[in-house]
Design a protein. Structure first.
Length: 231
């Protein structure tokens, strides 16, 4: 009889102990001290707004978006310290192209330009083309100026240079043109500058894309930067 009572007492104590451990685990989970459930709930608050691009709390953005002449070794993180309502009110394309250009969201204020770039992104290259079926470099830069800046440019890259005032690279601003030689020493390629050494253009190998002026391919082929003269 005594043994049975001792067994029942021991069993009661064990049940009470297990219950208290479960209670402790619940308290810990609610406290956010490393439980998998809490971590999962935290990451689920992240806003994923397009393929491989994610906006994390605090203005941190992560991407694996591939671009010409830019690093693709893992994700790129960007943090804007300005914060405030400008970040909260920014268009999603500002986030996307701030990542690609590795610059602050607030510096990309021309949303119509970003929309046009996104609309034409990846359009294949063809000499003499200027449609979404295919386009060449000057056909694309002409489209950008006509549809974004309401300005008509000459058809060829060299003629577009002819309507520009030459400027220093350090003075480049969004909407300026950058000129290169690709198969001869004269101007044969043009792109539209968007900021932070990046320019959008129709590449023969990748179609409409964004490249860096300091890229190993483009830097030695750079000829000049120009700002279209106001008529």
């Amino acid at each position: 009889m005594i043994k049975q009572l001792n067994f029942i007492a021991t069993l009661f104590i064990a049940i009470a102990f297990l219950s208290s451990c479960s209670f402790i685990r619940n308290i810990t989970a609610k406290d956010g001290s490393g439980s998998a459930k809490v971590k999962k709930a935290h990451t689920s608050n992240n806003l994923t707004f397009m393929e491989d691009i994610e906006m994390l709390p605090g203005g941190v953005v992560v991407t694996r978006h591939k671009t010409s002449g830019l690093t693709t070794n893992g994700p790129t993180y960007h943090y804007s310290e300005k914060g405030g309502s400008n970040i909260e009110d920014a268009h999603w394309l500002q986030y996307k192209y701030a990542i690609i250009a590795n610059t602050e969201v607030e510096t990309l204020t021309n949303v119509p330009l970003l929309k046009k770039i996104d609309e034409w992104w990846g359009t294949k290259y063809c000499l003499g083309g200027e449609s979404k079926d295919c386009t060449d470099c000057s056909g694309f830069s002409g489209t950008i100026f006509r549809e974004v800046y309401n300005t008509q440019l000459p058809r060829t890259a060299s003629d577009q240079y002819g309507v520009c005032d030459k400027i220093a690279v350090s003075d480049l601003k969004e909407g300026d043109l950058v000129f290169f030689h690709t198969y001869r020493r004269q101007i044969s390629h043009v792109g539209v500058y968007i900021g932070n050494n990046k320019f959008v253009h129709a590449s023969t190998s990748e179609g409409v894309t964004i490249s860096d002026l300091n890229d190993n391919y483009w830097q030695p082929r750079f000829i000049a930067a120009g700002r279209v003269r106001k008529s």
